[in-house]
Design a protein. Structure first.
Length: 75
């Protein structure tokens, strides 16, 4: 029967494997679950970095004169 979720095989060096195993044991989860959670967290961090960069570029181009006041936005 095919797996429900897609699978990825990853080769880790010994120190990284050891650290992931320690974290998984500490949290009481499988290695697979811990790697999935760490990857999910890394993806969120990358998304935050991208959005911050995007916002900084927009902020540099923004003209204060065209900005809406708090009152105009929430009225």
């Amino acid at each position: 029967m095919p797996a429900k979720n897609p699978r990825i095989n990853v080769v880790l060096d010994a120190p990284l494997y050891k650290n992931v195993k320690i974290l998984a044991n500490k949290d009481g989860v499988s290695l697979s679950t811990k790697v999935r959670d760490l990857l999910r967290e890394a993806m969120e961090i990358q998304e935050d970095i991208y959005l911050a960069t995007f916002a900084e570029k927009r902020e540099k181009k923004m003209k204060i004169s065209s900005a809406l006041t708090h009152k105009k936005v929430w009225s």
